[in-house]
Design a protein around this ligand. Structure first.
Ligand code: ADP
Length: 696
């Protein structure tokens, strides 16, 4: 049962679609009848059929199939002649005849053809009767209720299609028939459910354009994500490229005014702004424009524009009619699939847009802009077309952190275009269309041609105003927190030292041990705070590296001396055999920090054996190795070793305290000094950490 219903529904839909397709393709009524009738015959599986349309008080035969040529020569049938068709018209009910031979048939031809059965149904659009459709079979046939219903649906759809085409004809006809057009409002609602929307839009825009003696007409729809008015295709008298490039800000030019204010505008003079919009779309020689908002209820969907090369093409009277017609167009647009699709796309894009908000800009070798994406338009407030062929610096500018303008010959763009090395920076400010500057994240990369020559660059950019604000807040929080923590930690250390020195009276052996433990814990806390401070300084680029010539071996000797007691505590041998002088380019304070870290790790993670330091020169570098016979590092842990806060979690390391920040800091510091850091390790055998620094 359910199957049947569904099948019928599918059939209905299919036929409906086919009919609407036929209707949409026919530009005028004569071309509509034949194909429409053929579809009816095919669907109902009958031998012949005919369409008669009510015109005044006669029924005019508009098409017939399977009834011979001569039937079309018959005169229209007046109501006085009666017959089955007129009965159908008068009663507005279908008529079914199983045995035609017994009936009075108005048409002689049909009477002579010897058909057995007939069904006639009225063609209705709401309460209005348009005509009658009849079909015939040679064999006697019982038409079921369902057949009849289905036939009626088809006849009514056909009637609707006919009405719609008539409407389109009316649209194009004559302005004096303004009164008839008032009905359009209702009809276009049905058009929009039945027609091929693109065709409908095209014919509406076309009719309106011609009606106002013009040769170009277009709908500009408001795009929510870009806040632009963008031309919808199909447009009348414009090329695909012109439609693509026809975009305006929602307050720009005549179109913008009409959209913003919601009023129709007529002009015989093109202002400069409007001229710019037209120029971007390469539309020239426009002398007068009619613009009206596309309003549906309280919403304005866009504007309709008609242009002419004639300076005084439009008359005062035109404005009123144009306004009425634009509201018809708005109804079609509103229900049209184009608009719906755009809406859906907009929603999908919206999600994407928020996540991929980076501007992307392409430059040629002369630093001239050849492309700007939508996100870029949004960030800067410029339209891509406005920037094309202007240099980056002329349009978006480039300012340094201190607000000084950067010279075109000294810009990072120039560098990338010259040496092809990708560059990422947060050191510059760019200018928006409004004139305000914003701090930008810039990522620059060269583009190469087929011969591997640099032909331009891609610039990815982002407004980082909020990021910077956030960073600053974070930085403040950390510095306040660490500062607040540091002071009491130092104070605690001071008091504990006093106690241990006996300044507060005698300390028993047991208390001394406990206090020594508290000193250690306090030191750990101090280390943690220092590490955190270092991380935040590095991340914010607040660490200054002062490269000087440093004698590495001397520095190692000092460090080894400091760590000897710790190694002795663990019964480890700490070895360093000075093998000459190694001068490196480094920041002594930072280098000491690196050495401390590697040495303390080697001691911490070694249960027995030795920790040895070796230095050698290699090419332009000096390499330092810190080798231990400790617990080693598993393969899986090795991959993550330099990660922030990463600590290996195995039974052997559980008792060993640490923050997981040391190696991360070491890596950053070494890299900042122009060196590299790496390691080799085997579980339960030991590890070797290496770092290189440029020779001084
Ligand atoms: P932590 O403060 O935990 O020592 P690090 O960043 O200095 O932090 O080291 C990260 C992790 O790397 C350590 O937790 C430890 O598991 C491992 N590790 C570092 N150095 C060695 C080493 N010499 N031998 C074995 N494991 C090491």
């Amino acid at each position: 049962m359910e199957d049947k219903i569904n099948k019928t529904e599918v059939d209905n839909l299919e036929v409906l679609y086919a009919i609407s397709k036929i209707a949409a393709q026919a530009q005028d009524l004569p071309k509509l009848w034949g194909p429409l009738l053929e579809k009816v015959l095919e669907v109902l599986k009958v031998d012949a059929g005919t369409f008669m349309i009510l015109e005044g008080d006669v029924l005019v035969r508009r098409a017939s199939r399977g009834l011979g040529e001569e039937i079309m020569q018959e005169p229209p049938i007046p109501s006085s002649k009666g017959g089955i068709s007129w009965k159908v018209i008068n009663t507005r009910q279908p008529a079914v005849v199983t045995d035609l031979t017994r009936e009075k048939v108005a048409s002689k031809t049909i009477a002579e053809k010897g058909f057995r059965s007939l069904v006639s149904v009225p063609m209705m659009v709401r309460d209005q009767i348009v005509g009658v459709t009849s079909v015939f079979t040679r064999q006697e046939r019982q038409f079921s209720e369902k057949d009849l219903n289905f036939f009626s649906i088809i006849a009514n759809q056909a009637a609707l299609a006919i009405m719609s085409i008539r409407t389109a004809e009316i649209l194009g006809e004559n302005r004096r028939r303004l009164a008839e057009l008032e009905d359009l409002n209702q009809i276009s609602k049905s058009i929009s459910t039945l027609f091929d929307f693109e065709e409908t839009l095209y014919s509406i825009v076309g009719s309106i354009t011609k009606m106002f003696r013009s040769d170009k007409g277009v709908l500009l729809l408001f795009e929510h994500d870009s806040h632009l008015l963008e031309a919808a295709s199909p447009a009348f008298g414009l090329s695909a490229n012109q439609v693509r490039d026809f975009r305006a800000r929602n307050d720009e030019g005549i179109m913008g005014q009409s959209f913003c204010k919601g009023i129709p505008i007529m002009t015989g003079q093109i202002d400069e702004e409007t001229e710019q919009v037209l120029k971007r779309a390469k539309i020239s020689d426009i002398k007068s424009i009619l613009a009206a908002p596309l309003k549906v209820k309280s919403q304005t969907l866009g504007v309709i524009l008609v242009f002419s090369n004639n300076p005084n093409n439009f008359l005062r009277d035109d404005l009123r009619l144009f306004t009425i017609l634009s509201s018809q167009a708005a109804i079609v647009v509103n229900s049209s699939s184009i608009y719906r699709e755009r809406e859906e796309e907009r929603k999908k894009d919206e999600a994407l847009l928020t996540s991929i908000g980076d501007g992307v800009l392409a430059l040629d070798k002369e630093q001239k802009i050849i492309h700007l994406n939508k996100a870029g338009e949004q960030i800067t407030g410029f339209l891509a077309e406005e920037l094309l062929n202007k240099t980056f610096i002329d349009s978006l500018g480039l300012w340094g952190k201190l607000g000084q303008p950067v010279d075109i010959n000294d810009s990072p763009l120039k560098k990338v275009l010259e040496n092809g090395k990708p560059l990422v920076t947060k050191d510059f400010y760019l200018k928006k269309r409004s004139g305000s500057l914003f701090p930008a994240y810039l990522s620059l990369a060269a583009i190469y041609d087929a011969d591997d020559k640099i032909m331009g660059a891609i610039v990815v950019f982002r407004d980082i105003t909020y990021e910077i604000e956030l960073e600053q807040m974070k930085q403040e929080l950390i510095s306040i927190a660490t500062h607040e923590l540091r002071a009491p930690i130092t104070a605690i250390k001071g008091y504990l030292d006093m106690i241990l020195a006996g300044d507060t009276g005698g300390v028993s052996g047991e208390t001394r041990e406990t206090i020594a433990e508290v000193v250690k814990i306090n030191q750990r806390l101090a280390d943690l705070v220092d590490d955190l401070l270092n991380v935040s300084r590095i991340e914010q680029g607040r660490i200054t590296i002062r490269l000087k010539t440093v004698e590495l071996s001397a520095l190692i000797q000092q460090t080894v001396q400091e760590y000897t007691p710790l190694a002795e505590d663990k019964k480890l041998t700490l070895l360093y055999q000075k093998n000459g002088s190694f001068k490196v380019k480094a920041d002594a304070v930072r280098l000491r920090q690196v050495l401390n870290n590697l040495l303390s790790n080697a001691i911490k993670y070694t249960k027995e054996g030795s920790v040895e330091i070796k230095v050698e020169a290699k090419g332009k570098d000096v390499i330092c190795q810190v080798k231990d016979t400790g617990i080693g590092i598993s393969q899986s842990a090795q991959k993550r070793l330099f990660g922030k806060f990463y600590r290996v979690k195995i039974p052997d390391t559980r008792q060993i305290t640490g923050t997981g920040l040391g190696l991360w800091i070491c890596q950053k510091l070494v890299e900042m000094m122009g060196g590299k850091i790496w390691f080799e390790s085997a579980e339960n055998k030991g590890s070797s950490f290496y770092f290189s620094l440029p020779k001084a």
